[in-house]
Ligand binder design. Structure first.
Ligand SMILES: Nc1ncnc2c1ncn2[C@@H]1O[C@H](COP(=O)(O)OP(=O)(O)OP(=O)(O)O)[C@@H](O)[C@H]1O
Ligand SMILES: [Mg+2]
Length: 476
């Protein structure tokens, strides 16, 4: 029986089949995208067929870090299970899927319903990304088991979470969230550039590429700022990014030093202090008015909540996952700031992944390959049929909200309930109404959890077939 693994991120889904894609999962955009150039709609993996990325309009299943648009999500999952990507018959497969930290219980119920009732998986396991990391290679040392105490920093698209793990279990009361993720960083860069140079407000996709190509984390912010101020045009930091030319099939890239340009066809964007002032938000959220501690102080605050005799082990076993940690200088800056915050007798070690976006998927594959995954961890279809959602609640080691949190959630849900209905009205990829945005990188800062899930799958409805008909569980 094949085991499907989905690291279901808010920006991309890392998807594969155990034993087939263990090191190289397919990375599928978690979006339904409307392209202006050809007026076509691309669902998830289909975006690879798009040739002109100008003024794309995105519809994202995730909003403020939580899955709310189930129609869009289903269409993207259908594509992934279809012959075009994984070619898997879901009713003959097992599934491991990641979910957001602090996922709401009613959203978790919809995950479970989807997997058992819509896709009819034989068995299924749901957990947060950080809880899988100890099974992967991030902390691997020859002939040694993973450390008992780990502190994972997951800086992805929606947020940045600091997640302590003790003996394989998330220590939930010490988990911290900073409301800064790649989404906010791209958005901030887009606004800065639009104010200073070109109007890029409709060009989220291109600005995201520029961010990934040019941005770095400064190891000395004040000194780098001064370098850019003293010699605005000729300094070692400034770069020029040559915009893509889709009609000539030329992707965007950084201009080589001294390279001459054809001014009639090649336009450039100057990236000077934007290169490091944008990532700086992660370390100083107050720079943009967010009333939150920066990453290093958040790590220290999280460790302070852990058992005192174990704190030294957490300082020594910090691991980085998530796309933002790929930025050059991230690990060095964090290490030097943490060194000054940690007790003098503690060793501070930060483990970075060469491919932080794939780290969770690879750890998930190692976890799913263990003999006890199927027998002890996953919930079977029969168990679900017998006990319903409580089968999953009992077995999955996820977050259980305290009663006070539950009251707060209910208030938040009723306050945001009207927004949640929006996704229900539209079928995935069917329109470009006002709720679609050319700017999916809206700011998440300080926002409450989202509304109730927008749609619950009913038995027999659609049965895993995609919005476009071709996709579905009837893969090869
Ligand atoms: N080299 C890079 N430099 C800067 N940012 C990067 C780089 N590579 C990826 N990113 C950013 O990382 C983010 C995606 O990271 P990741 O894949 O970990 O998120 P996700 O799992 O989809 O989302 P989430 O974990 O929030 O649900 C995007 O915002 C992307 O722009
Ligand atoms: Mg992620």
């Amino acid at each position: 029986m094949p085991t499907v693994i989905l690291d279901n991120g808010a920006s991309t889904i890392k998807a594969g089949i155990l034993g087939v894609h263990d090191h190289c999962p397919r990375v599928v955009p978690n979006a339904v995208v409307r392209a202006k150039a050809d007026n076509a709609t691309y669902i998830g993996h289909e975006l690879a067929n798009c040739r002109d990325f100008t003024s794309l309009r995105f519809r994202l299943p995730f909003e403020k870090g939580f899955l709310v648009d189930w129609d869009a999500q289903k269409a993207i999952w259908d594509g992934i299970f279809s012959t075009e990507v994984l070619a898997v018959n879901t009713s003959e497969a097992s599934l491991l899927i990641t979910e957001p930290y602090f996922n709401l219980p009613n959203i978790q119920d919809v995950y479970d319903q989807f997997m058992f009732e819509e896709y009819e998986f034989r068995s299924y396991f749901r957990c947060t990304p950080a809880s899988l990391i100890s099974y992967g290679r991030l902390f691997a040392q020859q002939n040694l088991p993973p450390p008992e105490c780990l502190l994972i920093i997951d800086s992805g698209f929606s947020f940045t979470h600091v997640v302590p793990i003790l003996n394989g279990e998330v220590v939930w009361h010490a988990v911290k969230r900073i409301d800064v993720g790649g989404k906010l960083l791209t958005n901030h860069l887009k606004e800065t550039v639009s104010y200073r140079q070109w109007n890029m407000m409709e060009e989220t996709h291109i600005m995201n590429e520029i961010k990934e190509a040019c941005c770095f984390v400064s190891e000395d912010f004040a000194a780098d700022l001064e370098t850019c101020r003293a010699r605005p045009t000729a300094n070692p930091i400034v770069q020029e990014y040559i915009f893509p030319d889709y009609s000539a099939r030329r992707p965007g890239r950084i201009r080589n030093p001294g390279e001459s340009l054809d001014e009639s066809t090649q336009q450039t964007l100057k990236m000077a202090n934007e290169r490091f002032s944008v990532p700086e938000i992660l370390f100083r959220p107050t720079n943009i008015g967010l009333d939150q501690a920066g990453l290093s102080a958040t790590v220290a605050a999280s460790i302070a909540l852990l058992p005192e005799d174990l704190q030294g082990m957490f300082w020594a076993n910090i691991g980085l996952i998530g796309g933002n940690t790929a930025m050059p200088g991230f690990r060095q800056r964090l290490t030097s700031e943490l060194r000054s915050l940690a007790p003098i007798e503690c060793a501070v070690r930060v483990h970075a992944s060469a491919e932080p976006i794939l780290e969770t998927y690879r750890a998930a594959a190692a976890f799913a390959a263990r003999p006890d995954f199927a027998s002890r961890c996953a919930v079977t279809r029969e168990e679900y049929q017998e006990m319903g959602a409580s089968a999953c609640r009992r077995k999955f080691r996820d977050w259980k909200p305290a009663p006070a949190d539950r009251d707060q959630q209910q208030q938040l849900q009723s306050a945001t309930g009207s927004r949640g209905a929006r996704g229900k009205a539209r079928a995935a990829g069917s329109s470009t109404s006002d709720s679609e945005s050319s700017a999916p990188e809206g700011r998440d800062g300080g926002s409450p959890p989202p509304a109730q899930p927008t749609k619950k799958p009913g038995r027999g409805r659609g049965r895993g077939r995609g919005a476009r008909g071709g996709a579905g569980k009837r893969g090869a």
